[in-house]
Design a binder for this molecule. Sequence first.
Ligand code: GCU
Length: 673
Amino acid sequence: AEDGYDLWLRYHPLSAAQKADLPSSVYAEEGDATLRVAADEVTRALAAIRGEPVVRTSGAAPRAILLGTANTPRVAALKLPLASLGEEGYLLRTATVHGQPTTVIAANRPVGVLYGAFALIRRMQLGQPLSGLDIVDRPRVKLRILNHWDNLDRSVERGYSGQSIWDWWRLPDAKDPRYIDYARANASVGINGTVLNNVNAKAESLTAPYLAKAAAVADMLRPYGIKVYLSARFSAPIELGGLKTADPLDPAVRAWWKAKADEIYRTIPDFGGFLVKANSEGQPGPRDYHRTHADGANALAAAVAPHGGIVMWRAFVYAETDPEDRAKQAYTEFKPVDGKFADNVLVQVKNGAIDFQPREPFHPLFGAMPKTPMMVEFQITKEYLGFSTHLVYLGSLFAETLNADTFAKGRGSTVAKVVDGSLDGHRLSGIAGVANIGNDRNWSGSVFDQANWYAFGRFAWNPGADPQAIAAEWAGLTFTPDPAFVRPVTQMMMRSRQAAVDYMTPLGLAHLMATGHHYGPGPWVSDLSRPEWNPTYYHRAGADGIGFDRTRTGSNAVAQYAAPVARRFADPDKTGEDLLLWFHHLSWDRRMADGSTLWDTLVRRYDRGVASVDAMRGQWDALRPFVGSERWQHTASFLGVQAREARWWRDASIAYFQSVSRRPLPPGTAAPP
Ligand code: GCU
């Protein structure tokens, strides 16, 4: 449909020439639920793409797709090298079966076959040839998880695409078929877990009625290889159990968590585990009892361990106790407990040390806790990037963090290698994305925000992925594979994140958004009760200059990075323009590499951001012939909003900073009204 509901799973007829050598039948043994959905999906896609019915066969057929595991006799007979595929990998190969050329999708487990099926469908949708296939692929990261910040009343914290898709009131009996489409979309990009409820969790989500609801969702997602997880409120033993304490070392508290876990696993036998936000932004946690984060995580981990469950313990902590530099607090609290976590605990770290800003340096905890599996948490929903109205492709942001070199074990110790577990040899590894999914017809609020969900899944599968290739792939699937469309739209997407950085927080500035909702500029705000909530705390602009000194003469946050990184960030000549004011407080008149002053450069960056959005608008206008009217219009109107709001950001920010810098605007830049 033209309304975006189908996401990137739009199975459109190809031209006669393109579909000439597509298979015409699907062979699968269908005892297993996952194999069945894999065969169903391939059949559905193939039928739509060929524009003709597809034969489901259990015998030899010409031009067939054969799906199965080593337990499928016809697949086993091919003696394929399945060993290297692991639990979730797959193999796509052109083989001869009963003298017929056959496209084989094989894996060790049914879920691998499902991933292979979606990979094959992608090829077909993009009009890529299926002949001579020989492809092997497997995920580099084990846990690829969406975090829904969805409340039980269906409001979504930081959600910009309607209400929660989880209809808690009507569950468990009313099983919205949309959950199946949700599962298909996630499985198609390899997402294998979902945390159903907000990290700011209500204890109620762990009561029997809610567990029954979660179980109903889990039943629907299971065939798609997706496990259900829940956010747990640390004080639940008090709220639900009537205990006087939630002290993680108290035997009664531990017994409570154990009994609760046993109850959960009776309801959801393959429950994934808990996600916990503790001692952050007012949430209860182990530090309320003078215990460490490890003590807290381990209490819950012990409860789920007998069932094979895990705990994802968030490192997003900050409190008034450390007003000096909020960016330092997580490292200060977590680094000392490296090695103290149970082996079914992962520490989940936001990509940067503050909070999902348009640009942040990678979080200093990456590489700093070699004994602990470290997950990266990205925000797919764009809390600080213009919600679902502004077009900002996050693939470039994901790649920037994942490619960053921590130097923890010398050159090449990228965040990606920390996260996929290869740097330190961890068995567990994971990536989390805060979902941008709601009950809007188009799921994500805008068509281009679907790309961020898609890209998250693809990066979770392969943290070394190329953001541009993913953008092109998404655009080809979502609209049309015609290169005359894909090339410019990919360009548009690839410039979009830098555009937002430029018109919101250029040169390493951060956290300048308006209070509370974080939409629009508010760099002048300085009167919030907690110092580290104020934009002025972050930009520190004064008559002398602008920026946050995180070197030795300031908070010395640079010292939390490995020596080679710390040296680079400590030197304003080596930090690079992108992160300059994140680490340095510099004079307005400081000369930049090209000889202009810092002030002039700042103003020019704001202007550049506006110009980029205008250019994106122009590109989208030119692409009208390729895009159905509904999605074209919707996107065009949002780009109009973005163009206006980029100016709002620029003009308000420059007006404010100029009131502090007291310098004239450089020639040729747009003067604020
Ligand atoms: C941000 C966001 C909150 C969220 C928090 C978190 O601060 O604004 O809504 O709860 O991150 O990640 O826990």
